[in-house]
Design a protein around this ligand. Sequence first.
Ligand code: SF4
Length: 441
Amino acid sequence: MGGSGGWQITQTNTFDELGVDCVVEGRSESVDTLELFRKAIRGEELPRQIDVKHPLDREGILFPDSRTTFGVVEMTTGCGRRCKFCVPDLNPQIDLPKHKIMGAVRANVRDGNKQISLATEDMFIWGQVHTDTPFYFPNREALVDLYSDIVNTRGVEQHVLSHSTIAPAVVDPTLIKQLSELLLPKSPIHFPYLSSHPEKKALAPLIGLETGSVRMAKQIMPSKGVPFHIDDWPSVALEGLRVLNENNWFPAMTLIVGNPGETDEDVMATIDLIYEMERRGLFAFLIPSIFTPLHDTRMEKAKGVTQTKQLTPLQWQLMMKCWKMNLRPGQYSWWGPTAWRVGSIGMWLYKLRRLNGPNFTWPLWMFSGAISEKNLYRMGKIYMGKPLKVKTRKELIATLRASDWQFLRGDNGDLPEGYTPPSEPGQIFLPEVQEPLAQHA
Ligand code: SF4
């Protein structure tokens, strides 16, 4: 048995109870795991537990030479932003060679897969790992070249994005535009009420928002928005989402509720951010979930909320406001609003009021829409998010260190006052091709 929950079996010694003879901890696509399978096939005795190592460089990564589930092909490992709650970031930051990625793409279509998805924690680091440019300034040419070759591979009919971060959309909006032109035609996702694409197509990567509280962000993810300072996290999130939405990217965004040490002020700051999204007509599918301390991370011993009954009224309000925001597109139908009202109040009467406790009651009424938010606020039952003072892209770019200016692209505009990009720009190299491709604007 493998997977990130393997420790639950080894630490509770429930091998026999669950009928598990061997727990594999670590990366399964490894030489060690292959050897384990060979041992099993030979009928040799298996260890009860084996720790398999993660390769430290690109050459050590094994690539499948046949079709994979959902056409998933590995693109990067690790991340580099060092969020304290994150497991994948514990792996080394590696971007996998293009020829191997393309080989795996071709193997998938050869064996009948029509859809490809590149597995990554942040697609924007590919092509910029261990180069002279910091990984958080995306390598536009390399990314466009890779995705172009993938979607233009004969037999690839659909392509879906997996994970990314949001700061790169602020750093290089032109990259987002160029990727949209390439990827939208092959996206199987349609958002009829949101997309401006002629066929209503959309892109929907998963992005971590986690919190709108700068205080909390400093504690759990101080580098989430680099090259921008974490003090500007709400502005980075909103400006990034604006760029994405403009290009028909409607991401799923995760939020952590009940972080260790989270105060009412922190939750209010996140609610402010969500209301600001609403005020600005921005859309992301918001996925709030309760803090879970993950094994091996720097927060594995931290304790946050552990049961829904412990959630405060504000934490419940944040959860329910997120879900209410998610249902906005559904409200366009004639039956939508009534269905939410009747369904949610019915579920509350049937079960949720006992399961979730009294703090859930008013947020549920807010979610149902049966009483308006203004009236609930007047009754003192909910908090209304305050308007945020948000920095524009130009103002965010102006906060960058002078040493980072050289990595800005002129065609995005908003360059810092007094800065002119070099007239003899440097050359950009595609990973592994090592031929001059284009000029750095
Ligand atoms: S940005 Fe995402 S993948 Fe990267 S360290 Fe943070 S949580 Fe992990």
